[in-house]
Design a protein around this ligand. Structure first.
Ligand code: ADP
Length: 445
């Protein structure tokens, strides 16, 4: 700890505390004040310190992070506050800072290095003091305190230098931590600003992604009408008289266009699924009505293949589901049943109430709905894979498809809090079952 200088005021009326100590305590208290900005604290404490050594003028300079500059944080000459000076031994502050040693110049005119004849006009007064502000370890300086223009004598004494060194030693640690706090505050503000900007960018990105996907959906949707026109004209052509060479060309064109239309529909289905997922809305739906509507939709296709579609269950049950999603799921299962069943086959739809067994089920009561067909069935090793995106079971390649329908159905079942799977039908065919939460009163968990 630095000892106090010889300038003791023995007439101090507080025993044990000399005038210098009082001043140091005042400066420390000021620097520790929470409600003042650091530059104001430094400005006021500089005034007190300069009074303590009877100096008219002075400044406090702090180094930059890379130790190449000293910035004026406080000064009696307010015009130089905020100014920066490159660190070099050519200036007194630079010399003090780099050497970490105090400088006392009694008469600058006699000084070999800083005398005005070599550097005219740099210093107005003859006597100056510059002391380092040292870091906690005491080996390097982080700034300097300068004092000039003694109010009473023509020059500063060694006592004045010692006093300033004492002040500097006392205030350095607290000033150092105040500066660190200031740095921390700045960093915190920087990160706050950064995270704010990041949040805005993220929102912009989300909006632009949503806008882009909406635009793509609109464009893709617009492909449908011209493509449908191409398909109907190709169909018309295929009924007309044409040569043997022309027939396969038309057939390939028709096949390709139908495939393209199916892909467009799948793409739009997937896009719609994302929208539904966001809406997070559920309805209480009477299963019988919905099945009836979907059966009516599929009947023309079924009739074309002489497939009978039977609704086995008669009782009505209420389920909790997203209306459009459930329509979509039923449509997928019925379309597949008719598509993968040969002519003259049968498709049966049934449903039953059940007690939920899975821990993840949202309700204690569920409804299990099954669509059974008399088609080729799904081999055991493919029963899981058919629910993956673009997966088509071997043996289905002669039937038009894209492998997206069951993937969407599976996602819908999961979104509704249910499950979907396929089992074998007896004597042959497949039975696709899906569970969903019951909406019957008193069943909710
Ligand atoms: P897509 O029918 O367009 O190929 P899906 O995702 O609906 O796509 O079906 C995936 C695969 O599951 C089909 O390619 C087919 O192999 C098989 N599959 C679906 N439904 C049935 C069914 N009712 N009977 C037999 N196989 C089916």
């Amino acid at each position: 700890m630095t000892e106090f200088g010889e300038n003791k005021d023995m007439g101090n009326n507080q025993p044990g505390l000399n005038r210098d100590m009082e001043l140091v305590l005042k400066v420390i208290k000021l620097l520790s004040a929470r409600n003042l900005p650091l530059n104001q604290k430094l400005d006021q404490s500089l005034g007190m310190i300069l009074d303590g050594i009877n100096a008219e003028n002075g400044s406090i300079m702090i180094n930059s992070d890379d130790r190449t500059e000293l910035k004026v944080w406080a000064a009696t000459n307010k015009r130089i506050i905020g100014k920066k000076q490159g660190v070099s031994t050519e200036s007194i502050s630079g010399q003090t800072f780099l050497s970490s040693q105090p400088v006392l110049i009694k008469n600058i005119n006699d000084h070999p290095q800083f005398a005005p004849k070599s550097r005219p006009g740099n210093y107005r007064t003859n006597s100056l003091i510059s002391v380092p502000l040292k870091n906690d370890a005491g080996d390097t300086a982080f700034g300097v305190i300068n004092a000039s223009d003694h109010r009473l004598d023509s020059s500063f004494s060694r006592n004045d230098l010692n006093l300033l060194l004492d002040y500097s030693a006392w205030i350095s640690p607290i000033l150092n931590s105040s500066l660190l706090m200031e740095d921390l505050k700045r960093e915190k503000e920087k990160y706050r600003q950064l995270s704010f900007e990041l949040e805005i960018k993220q929102k912009e990105l989300m909006i632009s992604t949503a806008e882009r996907s909406e635009l793509v959906q609109m464009v893709v949707h617009d492909f449908k009408s011209p493509l449908s026109a191409v398909i109907s004209n190709l169909e018309l052509l295929s009924y007309m008289e044409m040569s043997r060479d022309q027939r396969p060309v038309i057939a390939t064109a028709l096949d390709g266009s139908q495939k393209l239309l199916e892909m467009i529909n799948d793409f739009l289905q997937l896009a719609r699924l994302d929208q539904w997922q966001e809406s997070d809305q559920t309805d209480d739906i009477f299963i019988k009505d919905m099945v009836q509507q979907e059966v009516e939709n599929i009947l023309p296709t079924a009739k074309a293949k002489s497939i009978s579609v039977e609704v086995i269950s008669d009782h009505d049950l209420k389920v909790r589901a997203h209306n459009s999603m459930l329509h979509h799921l039923l449509n997928n299962l019925l379309t597949n049943a008719v598509k993968y069943t040969p002519d003259n086959g049968t498709v049966k739809i049934s449903w039953i109430p059940k007690q939920a067994k899975r821990i993840t089920d949202k309700c204690s009561s569920i409804v299990e709905l099954c669509v059974e067909d008399s088609g080729q069935g799904v081999p055991d090793q493919m029963k899981k894979a058919i629910f993956e995106r673009f997966y088509r079971a071997a043996g289905s390649s002669h039937i038009q498809g894209t492998g997206v329908g069951l993937y969407i159905s599976n996602r819908i079942a999961n979104l509704m809090g249910g499950k979907i799977w396929v089992e074998d039908a007896v004597p042959h065919g497949s039975r696709f079952c899906v569970t969903m939460p019951s909406a019957e009163v008193g069943h909710a968990r």
